[in-house]
Design a protein around this ligand. Structure first.
Ligand code: SAH
Ligand code: SF4
Length: 362
């Protein structure tokens, strides 16, 4: 049955549910198909984005996240400008094509201006060579535009789940945590001209196979350019931890995440798909497994070592006791293990984005 589904041009929701249930040889067939599509459409290349975790200060209170505003059990930090620029220099010197700036969500003119200046300075110190992705949450159209004009050209904002009711179970019921608002932000990001990335968490409490199938269809219909998705990993200092006993075992969440990546690759052939850190938190070679199946983007952490253990969105975050140099040695080895070719000094933009624009201009 899996073979028949995989021959179809377009999957139905039920097809995706069936694929998510694939086991043993069927699973091998699914992964092989995904890998073939990946190599055909985006090649066997892996592009690097040095990840800078700017701050763990966040104005929001998502029920699943370790750096939520009301978690009093963490020490808050904000990298200073020199620390950010040094991390960007490290990325540039080591030939990473891009950086990602990710942070807790802050909406203020001071924050907007600071990021705007940092973007300009990163562009300057790298002679415009470093590509920049932002993952700084929900903002106004004006803020998205200012950051775009300052040099960012990709933006990641996970929808977290495409199901409104499930979203409501994972967030406080107030105007700061609205699914519609998040979707509007994604639309604004796209309208501003960014390569637009989204994603979901996999293995959440209350989440069904049907929800996950809808997530794939959501990403297809929204016509995203990039995706970062991975397993939900519980954090003890969060309200969602109360639902721990209802969760799938962690290894099953990991396996389900790999299946989601494979299906998404088959559905959206030429997008960029990240091998996310949460995969590695469960399985030491989790990111390599993702690359072997579907992913083509790796985001090595280049946040100064001192701060890494403070940016804990979930438990068991890997590599918090390492520094940037360790990460560099580690990536080369790991990616070779996955039989892929690491590409240095290139942005590795989403092919889907280029194809989307060409199509629009015809
Ligand atoms: N504040 C920004 C960016 C930082 S959070 C934002 O929310 O968009 C980045 C991502 O971390 C979130 O989108 C969420 O999907 C993920 N995340 C948070 N808590 C998590 C958890 N417990 N397990 C797995 N992923 C988590
Ligand atoms: Fe803040 Fe993002 Fe965590 Fe939500 S997921 S609490 S917005 S850092």
């Amino acid at each position: 049955m899996i073979k028949e589904i995989l021959q179809k041009e377009k999957f139905t929701k039920q097809d995706i549910v069936n694929l998510l249930k694939a086991e043993r040889e069927d699973l091998e067939t699914l992964y092989q198909k995904s890998y073939d599509i990946k190599t055909k459409y985006v090649g066997n290349n892996v592009y690097l984005r040095g990840l800078i975790e700017l701050s763990n200060i966040c104005g929001k209170n998502c029920f699943y996240c370790g750096i939520r505003k009301d978690n009093k059990n963490i020490e808050r930090y904000k990298l200073n400008d020199d620390e950010v620029l040094n991390a960007a220099k490290f990325a540039y010197k080591n030939c990473y094509g891009s950086v990602v700036i990710q942070t807790g969500e802050l909406q203020s003119e001071v924050n907007t201006k600071r990021i705007e200046n940092l973007l300009k300075q990163i562009k300057k110190l790298s002679n415009n060579k470093l590509g920049i992705t932002l993952s700084c949450g929900e903002q106004s159209e004006d803020v998205y535009r200012r950051w775009y004009e300052a040099g960012a050209h990709r933006y990641l904002l996970r929808i977290e789940t495409s199901n409104k009711d499930l979203y409501a179970k994972l967030h406080p019921d107030d105007k700061y945590h609205s699914w519609e608002k998040r979707l509007d932000c994604l639309r604004l990001i796209k309208k501003t001209g960014y390569q637009t990335g989204t994603g979901v968490m996999i293995g959440l409490p209350f989440q069904t196979f049907e929800h996950l199938a809808d997530d794939i269809l959501f990403m297809r219909d929204f016509d995203i350019d990039m995706c970062g998705m991975g397993p939900y990993i519980e954090h003890v200092d969060t309200p969602l931890y109360n639902h721990n006993i209802e969760l799938l075992p962690i290894q099953e969440r990991f396996n389900l995440s790999l299946k989601m990546l494979a299906i998404l690759r088959i559905v959206m052939k030429d997008i960029n798909i990240a091998a996310t850190t949460a995969l590695q938190a469960i399985d030491k070679t989790g990111r390599e497994k993702a690359i072997k199946i579907a992913a083509n983007i790796l985001m090595p952490n280049i946040t100064p070592g001192l701060y890494r253990d403070k940016y804990q969105l979930y438990a068991n975050k890997p590599c918090t006791d390492e520094n940037e140099e360790d990460c560099k040695k580690c990536i080369d080895i790991r990616t070779k293990m996955a039989g892929s070719n690491i590409v240095y000094n290139e942005w590795g933009d989403s092919k889907h984005f280029k194809n989307r624009l060409n199509f629009q201009n015809k």
